[in-house]
Design a protein around this ligand. Structure first.
Ligand code: CDP
Length: 194
């Protein structure tokens, strides 16, 4: 059974939580594609060489979730050759036997335009910054400024900008609980699977 769920959206919208829950519920594999860009940014040196030579060890670093790693990820993610180096791995993952959920920025638009289900998960910048602040702490106003700056960079880059696919279903999690958001997403997957 080949079945791909593409989950895109801006930082801290709830993509990861929804994707992990869907994968667990339906027995699909899950790939957090942001981790690939975070690992490339964290590796330092030439980002294109880093993307081409990415190893499982690079993805296992424990510092990839920091705000600084997110910032570095969004910078290297604007480089077309970096994105190109990561396409085949993501597409192979998406079409593996047993079903897959991939979350990121360009899954429904570029990586898997034929995905069986496409979700665009979003929330207001204030809600997203508050969630990120609960994870990382520090000055909440600064976290908000960084979230807004990263969104702008992701949406305005020339290569694979963040935007919903034409046929994506929008889930705004600003005033949804995790359970409500997951239930909405799971209902869409269940309906498509028949
Ligand atoms: O968890 P959060 O949403 O903050 O970030 P992430 O999903 O780990 O992504 C970090 C950065 O990687 C994003 O800001 C994007 O610039 C980039 N990214 C991308 O360009 N394409 C993807 N499919 C996933 C992430």
């Amino acid at each position: 059974m080949i079945f791909t769920v593409a989950v895109d959206g801006p930082a801290a919208a709830g993509k990861g939580t929804i994707s992990r829950a869907l994968a667990g519920h339906f027995g699909f594999a899950h790939l957090d594609t942001g981790l690939l860009y975070r690992a490339v940014g964290a590796k330092g040196g030439d980002p294109v060489a880093a993307a081409q030579g990415l190893t499982p060890g690079d993805l296992a670093r424990d510092d990839l979730r920091s705000l600084a790693a997110g910032e570095a990820a969004s910078r290297v993610a604007a480089i077309p050759a970096v994105r190109a180096a990561l396409v085949a791995f993501q597409r192979d993952f998406a079409r593996r036997e047993g079903g897959a959920v991939l979350d990121g920025r360009d899954i429904g638009t570029v990586i898997c335009p034929g995905a069986e289900v496409k979700l665009f998960v979003t929330a207001s910048p204030e809600v997203r910054a508050h969630r990120r602040w609960l994870e990382v702490g520090g000055d909440e106003a600064q976290v908000l400024a960084e979230v807004i700056a990263r969104d702008a960079r992701d949406m305005n880059r020339a290569e694979a900008p963040l935007r919903p696919a034409a046929d994506a279903v929008l889930i705004d999690t600003s005033s949804l609980s995790i359970d409500e958001a997951v239930a909405r997403a799971a209902a869409l997957v269940a309906a498509r699977r028949g």
